[in-house]
Ligand binder design. Structure first.
Ligand code: NAI
Ligand code: MG
Length: 355
């Protein structure tokens, strides 16, 4: 098969973890007899520095055409002075998600056995943790009207019923393939959007009598995630809450550098479902350019791309097994207690795939 995808390295550690992921993809493609066709394009600060808009049309066009996107991260202090849609996050990341209709963002939290003693939580509390956060990605406060006026500043939060319904359906469908439990997280004691969220989720739940549904308020959820992480199966939540809760979840897994994500659309008119795959972490300016970034999240995101966009399950599993083997062998970066560089970790995993 020709694996044709769009590669957007982006900013900060994005190109570093991206290079490691490309090395791993090349190895797995060679091993399984595929060809790799990565369309490399600018996004974010890198595009701005090249005199382009944060999301150049040629970059977007490639994403739209290939329907499979591997993204590093965008943004950093260098571009913080820019305003509104001139910024990498507001001008590139959010429009890319919106224009590709990538409303379903899936983020797993299943700590590796080899990392159970590295997390700040005690092993006996963590053992058995295996949940997935289903984060709504194209609505809510990030996409609302924002601005400044005489009184200060405002950010509007909106959700429509169909927007809530479609992500709830994906969460319940996923729960049916797992332990049949959905925890919906909102702030319905104060937010009207959360009241609509809860009502809609309740309505969707009636179609899934086998699935147990519970609701938690987001503030309490931050506590439950740390005190009883094994309780959860599928966590369904809106855009900003999901963003915040998954950074918290990364602590359970030992590092920001180990959690991949997939953002998916419905099938388009041409029958194709678009997928964008990226680590949950950002551009990590504090460690950029030093070879310290952990590439696992990016490599695992590439594995998800193979599985979900190309149907290459054996290839994805081979990468996931190689990552786990590298972890067990201690072939890891400093955040996981190792001494390898980003590219050395990529090479160590690629080598396991070709051995
Ligand atoms: P961050 O996720 O980039 O970094 C948070 C902390 O985790 C830092 O101490 C960093 O060194 C560490 N870290 C992150 N990834 C790591 C990795 N792979 N290996 C080892 N350590 C890692 O979040 P921060 O610092 O708040 O944001 C930096 C920039 O990234 C901002 O401009 C932000 O807007 C942007 N960002 C972009 C995202 C995207 O493009 N999807 C997502 C999150 C943030
Ligand atoms: Mg985030």
């Amino acid at each position: 098969m020709n694996i044709n995808f769009t590669y957007l390295p982006g900013d900060g550690i994005g190109p570093e973890v991206g290079a490691a992921a490309l090395a791993v993809l090349s190895a797995v493609a060679a091993q399984f007899g595929h060809t790799l066709e990565a369309e490399d394009h600018l996004i974010g600060g890198a595009a701005i520095d090249a005199g382009e808009k944060p999301l150049p049309e040629v970059s977007f066009g490639s994403c739209h055409r290939t329907g499979a996107v591997l993204l590093g991260a965008v943004g950093g202090p260098k571009w913080d002075h820019l305003k509104g849609a001139d910024r990498p996050e507001l001008g590139a990341l959010l429009p890319l998600r919106k224009r590709l209709n990538l409303y379903a963002n899936i983020r797993p939290c299943k700590p590796y056995e080899a990392l159970l003693d590295r997390a700040p939580l005690k092993r006996d509390r963590l053992e058995g943790t295996d949940f997935v956060v289903m984060r709504e990605l194209t609505g809510g406060i990030y996409f609302g009207k924002k601005g400044r006026d005489a009184d200060g500043a405002f950010d509007e939060c909106r959700y429509s019923e169909p927007e809530v319904e479609r992500i709830a359906v994906i969460a319940f469908d996923l729960a049916m393939t797992r332990r049949k439990k959905v925890t919906s997280v909102d702030k319905s004691n104060v937010l009207e959007t959360s009241r609509l969220w809860r009502e809609t989720v309740e309505r969707v739940a009636t179609r899934y009598p086998e699935v147990e549904l519970e609701h938690l308020l987001v503030d309490a959820m931050t506590m439950h995630m740390l005190t009883r992480p094994t309780h959860f199966d599928v966590i369904l939540t809106e855009n900003m809450f999901g963003d915040i809760l998954t950074d918290e979840a990364s602590v359970l897994c030992g590092s920001m550098g180990v959690i991949p994500s997939a953002s998916l659309s419905d099938a388009r008119d041409d029958g194709k479902t678009v997928g964008m795959y990226e680590p949950i972490h950002g551009s990590a300016p504090d460690i950029a350019g030093q070879g310290k970034a952990n590439p696992f999240a990016m490599i695992l995101s590439a594995a998800w791309m193979l599985r979900l966009s190309f149907g290459l399950d054996a290839e994805a599993t081979a990468i996931e097994s190689a990552v786990e083997a590298a972890l067990v062998a201690g072939d890891v970066t400093g955040d996981l207690g190792g001494s390898l560089s980003t590219s050395d970790v990529g090479a160590a995993i690629a080598q396991r795939l070709t051995a």
